[in-house]
Design a protein around this ligand. Structure first.
Ligand code: ZN
Ligand code: ZN
Length: 111
């Protein structure tokens, strides 16, 4: 759930694939409670988030032909992701994302 433009290729493709996996699982009535409990999923934002990621994928010239069903716009509210913490962890763990983040936002410690 961080700004897609700072995400490296792996993380961008990874989160995009994750969204499709969540949707696949929810459609099959598989429980995603664990992800919600851990703050890894906001079902009501799957659609918008997928759109953001898909746009960024296209902008970078990657193929994208896996649209989400419009019903996901109306997904019920569940889960809450700590976006600031996610960003901190991402740029802490991934040198490529860190690099991109620095290029976009400079070196300030206010991330
Ligand atoms: Zn997709
Ligand atoms: Zn990364």
């Amino acid at each position: 759930m961080v700004d897609p433009k700072i995400m490296c290729r792996n993380h961008l493709l990874g989160e995009h694939a994750e969204i499709h996996l969540f949707v696949w699982n929810i459609d099959r009535k598989h429980s995603v409670k664990g992800y919600i409990a851990k703050g890894l999923l906001e079902t009501h934002n799957l659609y918008t988030r997928h759109e953001e990621l898909a746009q960024e994928l296209k902008r970078r010239g990657y193929q994208h032909n896996s649209e989400l069903d419009a019903k996901w716009k109306l997904a019920k509210k569940a889960g809450s992701i700590d976006k600031k913490r996610n960003l901190e962890q991402l740029i802490d763990r991934c040198t490529k994302c860190r690099e991109r983040h620095r290029n976009f936002f400079g070196d300030g410690d206010d991330i």
